[in-house]
Design a protein. Structure first.
Lengths: 288, 352
């Protein structure tokens, strides 16, 4: 054994090791700082004005105190619900296609398209929904906003679903096939449930990605000063409202923006945490 | 009834019909076995139909993706036809943006989009690589779920809230504490000079970096986790230090996926609208300094689309969106080619 050289290298290698590991750890810790800063400031600025009226009433014009963003909360929830109705089935379906039938040329075409769609900026999606739905209908609508956001959910769910389905160990599939179960049944009853934790995570990722989107809603849902629960009417949404109010120079408008931001963050974070909890509880921890 | 198969080359064929016709003779595997085979064939037929139906449904889902992308492209081209016809490729090179004179050029917006995103990558890539490596390889077991939740939550914060935070908190902070320091020590590069507004290209880059961090790090993490354990053990067994193991066994095996993650982050930075619109300053000019305000393709659409007057203005904005779509398409295609050249088009199937 060439001992002398190895000792010499050893010292340098140890230094490189320590330095690299230290940098890696530091990087990971730095990343959490913005989260606390952002959450902290949103709570700090938003909380004082948060009350029941803020959650349930309509916005009031500048100069009048009180009021709230109830219409935007309802609007956001409705847009998200309809978007999920569009995005989740299509996304999971395409994911199943890619994992179970798409290991060929056509699968690659779909995979490529999904990645392209995933890369389409949200504002472009909004303009497309405007051209497709708003121009066709002749007016802005909740539906148009849901279409824009729903389409944005599809590729995220598709690609992640494919990945987690492929992570299901081959013996589990073979066991299902060995029992003589038809392929569709094996997919829906054995493979998808085994990967359900991952699929739920993908839905959560997709939801979190679209829930705060304002850009696709600017030319579709448009915003609304009043209540709306109709599918074909313009609708207020929290992200739109935050953008509008943050731009205004009035203190009261900024207060609205901060508090609405707090409400929006709470809705999203609650959903994410509940989903994660469900994913961790309800699923078999198979492959990872 | 079920036809009995002919005996296989046996000279004596008498007992076979006896068994199938009479029920008095109990033959092992004979009368009980045959109908069950028939039943399972029937079932298999149903299964084939259901399989075809299921297959059809998921293919339809997948087709929607293709149709949607086609529609996006078609609508963008159709809607931006007036400027496409009037300016042609000059639209890409001109720096004038004048809705009143109906003269449009997109160069400042393209510049702003690319530069702010590159600034974001410079900040975000090392940090997210560190985060991913730490979470998968170094993190104490008790800390891992907490830290990964925190990073995930960062991804859950809406763009518009990043914008509010960037506008009211980050920009003033940059102006007072960061920009003077940068100007003093790095001002000679020309990248950090000029009046310090706080908002501008640098602020947009920082906000974008925070926003794309979780995407890059979570994909990198997935890729790293997928590297087989044996690779790590082999490196360690050869006497590698932990960092060398990470470098040789983990990073090298995962590099295609990491590159994909980075490019995906770049694509997201290109298209990010609300936060950037709120902090970049929205001035269509090309300046070398990162302190200067800029404008991006996405921001100009967000700011002007709802108030666009005239067919040409609307069309110019649509073409800006078309350019944005094209840039992200090229970037993503590059990423995919890169990744696919190594993974051969498909995510690697894990072998249990």
């Amino acid at each position: 054994m060439p001992k002398t050289t190895s000792q010499n290298i050893h010292w340098r290698r140890r230094l490189a090791n320590g330095l690299a590991l230290g940098l890696i750890t530091a990087g990971a810790l730095i990343v959490t700082v913005p989260l606390f800063l952002i959450l902290g400031t949103v709570v700090y600025h938003g909380l004082p004005a948060l009350n029941w009226a803020f959650l349930t009433q309509l916005p009031r014009p500048v100069g009048e105190t009180g009021g709230g963003v109830g219409n935007a909360i309802v609007g956001s929830l409705m847009i998200l619900a309809f978007a999920s109705l569009i995005g989740i089935p299509l996304g999971v379906g395409s994911g199943i296609y890619l994992a179970e039938y798409g290991r060929n040329k056509w699968g690659n075409v779909v995979r490529f398209t999904a990645d392209v769609l995933n890369g389409v900026p949200s504002i472009v999606m909004g303009m497309t929904a405007w051209a497709l739905v708003v121009v066709t209908q002749g007016h802005f609508s909740l539906l148009a906003g849901s279409v824009a956001l729903g389409i944005m959910m599809i590729p995220v769910i598709t690609r992640t679903t494919e990945e987690v389905l492929l992570l299901v160990p081959q013996p589990i599939r073979e066991a299902a096939w060995g029992l003589g179960i038809p392929h569709w049944r094996a997919t829906l009853s054995v493979i998808v449930p085994t990967a359900s934790s991952g699929i739920i995570t993908s839905i959560m990722l997709a939801f979190a990605r679209i829930a705060g989107e304002a850009a696709p809603l600017m030319f579709t849902a448009l915003g609304n000063q009043y209540w709306n629960t109709k599918l074909n009417q313009p609708t207020a949404a929290l992200p739109l409202l935050i953008f509008e109010y943050a731009k205004q120079p009035y203190e009261q408008a900024r207060q609205y923006a901060w508090t609405a931001a707090l409400v929006l963050i709470s809705i999203i974070l609650l959903t994410v945490i509940v989903f994660r909890w469900l994913a961790n509880r309800g699923a078999i921890k198979g492959a990872s | 009834m079920y036809t009995v198969p002919k005996p296989r080359g046996g000279s004596d064929s008498q007992p076979e019909p006896l068994i199938s016709s009479s029920d008095s003779v109990p033959a092992p595997g004979g009368p009980q076995g045959l109908p069950s085979v028939a039943k399972s064939r029937l079932k298999a037929k149903e299964g084939i139909f259901a399989d075809a139906l299921f297959r059809g449904i998921v293919i339809l889902c997948a087709l929607t993706l293709v149709v949607v992308v086609g529609l996006i492209f078609y609508e963008l081209v159709a809607q931006s036809r007036p400027t496409l016809e009037k300016f042609g490729f000059k639209f890409l090179g001109k720096t004038i943006w004048d809705p009143v004179a109906e003269d449009f050029g997109a160069l400042p917006f393209i510049y702003g989009t690319v530069v702010s995103s590159l600034v974001a990558l410079v900040i975000a890539v090392p940090l997210s690589l560190g985060t991913a490596l730490f979470l998968t390889e170094l993190c104490p077991r008790w800390l891992r779920p907490i830290l990964s939740l925190l990073v995930e939550l960062l991804a859950a914060i809406p763009s518009v809230i990043y914008g509010v935070w960037g506008l009211f908190i980050l920009s003033p902070f940059l102006r007072v504490y960061v920009q003077p320091v940068l100007a003093k020590y790095l001002g000679w590069t020309g990248l950090f000079s000029g009046p310090k507004y706080g908002f501008g290209m640098l602020a947009a880059g920082v906000i974008l970096a925070i926003m794309i961090l979780p995407i890059i790090s979570s994909i990198t993490r997935e890729v790293i986790t997928a590297v087989p354990r044996q690779q790590r053990e082999a490196a360690l067994a050869l006497g590698a230090t932990k960092w060398e193991m990470l470098r040789i066994a983990v990073l090298r095996n995962a590099r295609a996926g990491i590159m994909g993650a980075v490019i995906l982050g770049l694509g997201r930075a290109f298209g990010e609208t609300m936060a950037v619109t709120m902090v970049i300053g929205n001035r269509p000019e090309i300046a070398r300094s990162l302190f200067a305000p800029g404008y991006t393709l996405a921001s100009v659409v967000a700011n002007e689309f709802s108030e666009a007057f005239g067919r040409l203005h609307l069309s110019a904005l649509m073409e800006a969106a078309l350019i944005l779509f094209a840039i992200t398409l090229v970037v993503n295609a590059l990423a995919m080619l890169l990744v696919w050249s190594i993974t051969r088009g498909m995510p690697s199937r894990s072998i249990a």
